[in-house]
Design a protein around this ligand. Structure first.
Ligand SMILES: NC(=O)c1ccc[n+]([C@@H]2O[C@H](COP(=O)([O-])OP(=O)(O)OC[C@H]3O[C@@H](n4cnc5c(N)ncnc54)[C@H](OP(=O)(O)O)[C@@H]3O)[C@@H](O)[C@H]2O)c1
Length: 316
């Protein structure tokens, strides 16, 4: 099979945590014709690189309108939350109708959405799996040029280390450590995920219709604590947590009437799943070699995160 270049690429979620970094990587690659799709009621900044085309759609993301808007695109990348899973399903369908050749869904998971545990605990992962299944079904239709690639990256490392997802509290120098802390888990910096996304578009044949798994590294939680202690020159406190009762408690909190409590429960469950069952080096789809990627240095990345933390606390 020949490599048909995926040149015209449309990104949705370009102002987001991950989307903004993917957009930078697409523009920096200097080989794509990049557009971003925003809802007409978007309140985000619309200042993009002058090379980027801005497309607009009605906020309900209806299939017919999206189909028109996406005509001529080779690839579509969804990098926005799954709050309304139906929108993602419509985006897949519209991409298919519009003749898009590659769809990259909003997976980018801390864990593999299709695994039994994530499916059991959270609607988020059931929605992600429904989108993957829709992609599979459309790609299986005879004569279609449509294909998909889903990227599973583990916890966002640099972002998650600071925003609380990884349960490292910089202000109190406290880390919550699960089940002894010696379990390896793949985790990726935002730039690694963006780099992997670009490589997928550059290697359309090898990456078609597959779930691919990447990482920056796969440290244990205790190795992350050690890297932080080295970078900061001080001891961190460790709170040991047994994952089983912790998950049971978080699962109960999912049915709370308090929306904020539910969000915290979801994040707690994601934290555990991405720490205990996310060593992608053991998966068939581990794609570091396929995508021409090498592990980053945990120590270097932790030093960067600590430097950013210090700069922020000094300027506060
Ligand atoms: N592995 C991990 O640790 C981890 C952590 C977080 C997220 N994720 C995954 O990464 C992906 C991106 O998440 P993120 O946190 O980076 O997203 P985010 O920062 O919340 O993204 C917000 C962006 O998405 C756009 N957006 C939001 N809802 C939209 C909608 N219904 N239709 C169109 N655009 C919409 C917003 O655009 P406007 O404001 O311009 O409309 C904004 O640009 C998701 O698949 C998420 O599940 C993974």
């Amino acid at each position: 099979m020949t490599q048909t270049p995926l040149q015209k690429v449309c990104l949705i979620g370009a102002n987001g945590t991950l989307g903004s970094v993917i957009l930078r990587a697409l523009v920096d690659a200097n080989s794509f014709d990049v557009s971003v799709l925003q809802r007409s009621n978007s309140s985000s900044s619309t200042t993009f690189d002058p090379s980027v085309t801005r497309l607009v759609a009605d906020p309900d993301l209806a299939v017919d309108e999206l189909t028109q808007v996406l005509k001529g695109q080779d690839a579509v990348i969804a990098a926005f939350p799954l709050g309304q899973g139906d929108q993602h399903l419509r985006l897949v369908e519209a991409s298919f109708n519009a003749g898009v050749k590659r769809f990259i869904p909003a997976d980018f998971g801390s864990c593999d959405a299709s695994d039994a545990e994530p499916q059991k605990y959270l609607p988020l992962y059931r929605k992600k799996t429904a989108v993957r299944e829709k992609c599979e079904a459309l790609a299986a239709q005879d004569g279609t040029g449509f294909s998909w690639t889903t990227l599973v990256c583990g916890h966002f490392f640099d972002h998650g280390l600071r925003d609380g997802l990884l349960h490292f509290n910089f202000d109190t120098r406290t880390a919550q450590i699960l089940d002894g802390g010696a379990i390896r888990a793949s985790t990726s910096t935002l730039r690694r995920i963006a780099e992997a996304t670009v490589r997928i578009l550059e290697r359309p044949v090898e990456t078609r219709n597959r779930a691919l798994y990447v990482q920056s590294f796969n440290p244990t939680q205790l190795e992350i604590v050690a890297a932080l202690e080295k970078a900061m020159g001080e001891k961190w406190h460790i709170q040991h947590v047994d994952s089983k009762p912790y998950l049971e408690d978080a699962q109960k909190r999912l049915s709370s009437d308090d929306e904020k409590a539910v969000l915290i429960a979801i994040e707690d469950i994601v934290f555990v799943l991405g720490a205990l069952d996310a060593d992608w080096t053991k998966r068939d789809g581990f794609a570091m070699e396929l995508l021409g990627l090498k592990d980053e240095s945990l120590e270097d990345v932790v030093n960067e995160v600590v430097a950013a933390y210090r700069a922020e606390t000094l300027s506060a």
